[in-house]
Ligand binder design. Structure first.
Ligand code: C2E
Ligand code: SIN
Ligand code: SIN
Ligand code: FE
Ligand code: FE
Length: 374
């Protein structure tokens, strides 16, 4: 028989007395598919077969394996543990009932049975079981869904940064390689600084990864600078440079705006991007812009970016300057120790500047690169 579109539930009746089996079958078979077993072993075989019953009506006193033992084995086996078991028995001693329920049975019906009561209990337990199954499926589905979404979101964050950074670069940069170089310099510097006690707390592997991903956004604010200034072949006038300098605040403002839309109490994945945009032109001695911060007032992300950005600007050909050699760039950074740059960062840089040279070679401007995940 069918209820709506759902196939009828299957009930397994277990009893050693043939009359009881036929009594129960007659009662149930108009509404359910009925399977019968005259003993414990056979009941277990049916329960473990390909199409297990949805509910089991189980006699307690049977020769050989009794109902309690059948129930114990059903509950011990993962494949059958979830099938609801109702004990059907002539015994009505509260102690026996407790024993059956302790074994994991959902209900206890005493014989002689009342047909209406049996039907009501069976219907209720089937309904309970189908709701439980639904919730279990739902929980599994939700868990999978959350996993997928989490992966999507983290992918989306990366894509957002890459898209914004690419936009920022296309206006004053022939290839996207300035992005790849600067993010790799920042990562290399951060990795070598991380063991120092002053930096180890902030420079965790996951923060270094976030710095790596955020560095490409340092000049996003250049999007707001007119071409006449940004692409000017020669030196900027004082007035033009004043406008040029607004790129730091412009970039920070755009990212801050995006952050407020995220509406999150925690520091967002854009925090480093905003800091880097805002503070990459601050100088250790307080003579930089936009705020004129000095020393450790400048967030570490900005101090790292300042060195990486200047190194790359120096070794690159710009519309306003030729490319310098690696050695000239290193000399210039050494001269900026304690004035332009954090002296500790310069010291670490001087010990590993060959890695900067390698990165510059690997991502030099005449070699197009396919991806940003260097
Ligand atoms: P950028 O080209 O990415 O340069 C970043 C930073 O590298 C500069 O920040 C500066 O600290 C350093 N740098 C780059 N080239 C030189 C150089 O030849 N000598 C020295 N001593 N340092 C150098 P800064 O000065 O705040 O400039 C910010 C941005 O303003 C530059 O980014 C560039 O886009 C633009 N800019 C600066 N000066 C000129 C210029 O004379 N002409 C043009 N067209 N643009 C300029
Ligand atoms: C470039 O000319 O390589 C781009 C300048 C920059 O993004 O700092
Ligand atoms: C600067 O040092 O301010 C930028 C580079 C230049 O003016 O040539
Ligand atoms: Fe800049
Ligand atoms: Fe730059």
């Amino acid at each position: 028989m069918m209820q709506g579109n759902k196939p009828a539930a299957t009930i397994l009746v277990v009893d050693d007395t043939p009359e009881n089996l036929s009594l129960m079958s007659d009662l149930l078979r108009d509404t359910y598919r009925v399977k019968v077993a005259t003993g414990g072993e056979k009941a277990l075989r049916i329960a473990r077969a390909a199409e297990p019953p949805d509910l089991i009506l189980l006699d307690v006193m049977m020769p050989g394996m009794d109902g309690y033992e059948v129930c114990r084995q059903l509950k011990a086996d993962r494949s059958t543990a979830a099938i609801p078991v109702i004990f059907l028995t002539a015994r009505s001693d509260p102690e026996d009932e407790r024993k059956g329920l302790d074994l994991g049975a959902v209900d206890y019906i005493t014989k002689p049975i009342s047909p209406a009561l049996v039907m009501a209990r069976v219907r209720n337990h089937l309904s309970l079981k189908s709701h439980t199954d639904f919730l279990k499926d739902k929980a599994v589905w939700l868990e999978r869904e959350v996993r997928n979404r989490t992966r999507d979101i983290s992918r989306m964050k990366e894509v957002t940064i890459v898209a914004m950074a690419t936009l920022a670069e296309t206006r004053d940069n022939e290839t996207g390689n300035h992005i790849r170089r600067t993010q790799n310099y920042v990562k290399a510097l951060a990795e070598d600084l991380a063991p120092l006690p002053a930096f180890s707390k902030e420079l965790t592997p996951s923060n270094i990864d976030l710095l790596f991903k955020s560095a490409p956004l340092h000049d996003i604010g250049k999007v707001g600078i007119p071409d006449a200034i940004l692409l000017k072949p020669g030196r900027l006038t004082a007035e033009e440079f004043t406008i040029m300098k607004t790129h730091a605040a412009l970039g920070a403002e755009a990212i801050r705006e995006a952050e407020t839309m995220l509406d999150s109490a925690e520091p967002s994945f854009l925090r480093y991007a905003r800091e880097i945009a805002e503070y990459h032109h601050e100088k250790w001695d307080g003579s930089g812009y936009p705020h004129g911060l000095a020393g450790e007032e400048i967030p570490l992300s900005g101090r790292l970016m300042a060195l990486a950005d200047v190194y790359d600007a120096l070794i690159s050909k710009r519309c306003y300057k030729p490319a310098w050699t690696h050695e000239q760039a290193v000399d210039m950074i050494r001269e900026g120790r304690g004035t332009h740059f954090d002296p500790r960062i310069v010291d670490v840089f001087l010990g590993m500047s060959e890695r900067f040279r390698d990165i510059a070679t690997r991502f030099r401007d005449d070699v197009a690169q396919g991806t940003v995940d260097a």
